[in-house]
Design a protein around this ligand. Structure first.
Ligand SMILES: Cc1cc2nc3c(=O)[nH]c(=O)nc-3n(C[C@H](O)[C@H](O)[C@H](O)COP(=O)(O)OP(=O)(O)OC[C@H]3O[C@@H](n4cnc5c(N)ncnc54)[C@H](O)[C@@H]3O)c2cc1C
Length: 295
């Protein structure tokens, strides 16, 4: 196994709490930050030849990582895999660019339609994977096509928006062995001042409603049909309920926050308690939106 010959950052025995917005998670064996698709292919070949598990992360903003960490290789796309450019009127971005970077690039080119995503703290690859959305917009509205790397064949494939099977917090990538490498967005020409005004308004809404002062992975649960997880949790009297440093946010009951040194185990105990209480009171089964990594 030789990761050191790769022309990219390689870290050994790296704490994953430094790579997730929850600030939770034990160590991984190896963390690599590729710069190119060729780098990713080389990493995958090394993993396959050495029987190493691997997992892709963007900004780790929808992840809860086990206290035991991850026994394998984390391929982190945020940082070095983040070029953004204009091509024939489309905004094209490598998948590790953050939504905020892509939004700022779009705004500076007077392109409108991406304001909804400006405050979501993920990468554009993670956002396609999750069909991330906010304030009435979602990735499905703006993605024109996506380039993926097939992990099994190492081929690059272009998928049109209609073939991504976007649904609420879902895309086909969740069911396939694909790594999203590039995203092409179809935005409209707009007025930079109006775009900035919408952005500032949404930023203010987010700051006033979300507990951004603490670590979290955003909304812990998916929206149950015809209801809101945060309302059910609040109505169950769970606002501020905690297991050690994992707490149902006092500001927004849909978020479980890390108010200090919460562990993955604390969060999972709290999740179970919230699910059980909401089910007993309202007969609604909450499902986690946050992805869990490791044992
Ligand atoms: C404070 C806060 C607010 C949030 N607000 C919102 C919101 O308003 N709306 C919303 O939808 N979400 C929200 N989120 C959740 C999160 O930001 C989104 O789900 C985001 O899209 C995740 O992107 P990421 O790069 O961090 O993905 P990660 O957390 O790194 O990964 C999530 C999943 O995507 C996969 N993945 C990531 N990149 C790729 C890739 N290139 N190819 C293949 N698979 C990949 C990972 O393997 C993992 O399974 C919020 C989170 C926080 C902490």
């Amino acid at each position: 196994m030789n990761f050191n010959n790769l022309d990219c950052n390689v870290k050994y025995d790296e704490p994953l709490k430094n790579h997730t917005t929850f600030k939770i998670g034990g160590n991984c064996k190896i963390l690599v930050e590729p710069k190119s698709v060729d780098n990713i292919i080389e990493i995958l070949k090394i993993c396959k030849n050495n029987n190493l598990n691997f997992f892709i992360i963007g900004n780790g903003s929808n992840l809860l990582v086990s206290d035991n960490g991850y026994d394998g290789v984390i391929i982190k796309l945020k940082e070095n895999f983040s070029n953004i450019y204009l091509n024939d009127g489309y905004v094209v971005s490598q998948s590790g660019a953050t939504l905020s970077e892509v939004f700022k690039f779009s705004m500076n080119n007077s392109l409108t339609g991406f304001e909804f995503a400006s405050g979501i703290p993920g990468t554009i690859g993670g956002a396609v994977y999750m069909n991330a959305g906010a304030y009435g917009g979602e990735m499905k509205d703006v993605v024109s096509e996506v380039e993926v790397l097939d992990i099994d064949t190492l081929e690059q494939i272009v998928l049109k928006s209609e073939n991504l099977h976007f649904d609420y917090r879902k895309s086909i990538v969740q069911e396939r062995n694909y790594i999203i490498t590039k995203v092409k967005l179809k935005l409209s020409v707009g007025d930079i001042n109006e775009i900035r005004a919408v952005y500032l308004d949404l930023k203010e809404k987010r700051n006033s409603k979300q507990p951004l002062e603490f670590g979290s992975a955003g909304s812990t649960f998916k929206r149950p049909e015809g209801n809101f997880a945060s309302k059910l949790i609040e109505d169950s009297g769970l606002k501020g309920y905690s297991v050690n440093d994992a707490m149902v946010s006092k500001k927004h009951s849909g978020f479980i926050v890390n108010v200090g040194n919460a562990t993955c185990s604390d969060v999972l105990k709290l999740v179970d308690y919230v699910k059980k209480t909401v089910y007993e009171k309202y007969n609604v089964k909450l499902e986690m939106e946050v992805k869990i990594l490791g044992e």
